[in-house]
Design a protein around this ligand. Sequence first.
Ligand code: MG
Length: 392
Amino acid sequence: MGTMTVAAVIVAGGSGLRAGGERPKQYQLIGGKPVIWWTCRAFLGHPAVGHVQAVIGTGHEEMFAAATEGLEMAPPVIGGATRQDSCRIGIEAVARHKPAKVLIHDAARPFAAPDLIGDVVGWLDRFPAVVPGLPVAETLKFAPGGIVTRTVDRAAIWSAQTPQGFHYDSIVSAYRKAEAEKTQNLTDDASVAEQAGIAVAMIPGRLENRKLTTAEDIRIADQNMTASQYQSLPDVRVGQGIDIHPFWEGTAVTLCGIVIPHSHSLKGHSDADAAMHALTDAILGAIGEGDIGVHFPPSDPQWKGVASRVFLARAIALLEDRGGRLANADITILAEAPKIAPHVPAMKDYLSPLLRLGHDRIAIKATTTERLGAIGRREGIMAFATVTVRLP
Ligand code: MG
């Protein structure tokens, strides 16, 4: 590729806890996929971009690997204490590709359109640094301590977006200069370029290229994307699944992927996760694909002791091969013991990325059978699942 190579650095180092939820915002689902999946795909799929490098937070390695499954991503690098540090690390990491231009983009902006990315790359032929932005429409007030002291002239005020583009050698030296001068907490890359005296051009950004910051931003983005996906999937199907496993000696049971300490374990060929087996059968049922025993015969030793997520992932893959998507999953577990309710949040968090459903589309309920029947005599655990799927 030589000197014209364009590299993209996706900055995903933040813990993003402002958005709430079980995981950082860049790993939360919108439209069935993690925010960062959409962001990385936008750059991987762009004809002008040769290399995509993600910078992630410490301890996020597993989440990142799961979130970008199926995308051909280079291994991520671990960011620093501040955004500025993380960007510098990401920029240094793409040096081996000898890029002429580098784009630096927030992981929390999943809606960077191909023409916006193309605009930034194109304008880099004329300027060493290019920032997309939007003219500020509201009147701006300067109000220290909540009291307005003056109105700010907004005539030339823009709000900055990403991807911000730079000539590679210029931004590398600007970052090294900032580090040498111990300039800290510059909140975007253009600021680093400005400090180094590099001319930064402002070009029109896109309204839809907003940064998802709050829990509300994530919820609205998910709702909009999901609604438009479901609109194109008019064939609505319902599936049901039932499973039961007996107790035997052991110290824990596995239900919906979560290991729960108990006086017994469940007997079965795999991990005996009755709830996940019922769920898998419900999905297979909705698409008329037989049941779990057809796809994973108990007579086949390769499935012995296997985690039931393998079965569930297969059912989801069969659904997605047909262009379908789950719409909801409702699971009921019948057990006298152990207590299920305290584990429901962890179960939902485990199932959510597998099912590609937000927590609000997954229900996990438990009931005893008032000591009636086999379940009431504590001989085992039974589970029921109902799902709705949407197909083209
Ligand atoms: Mg089973």
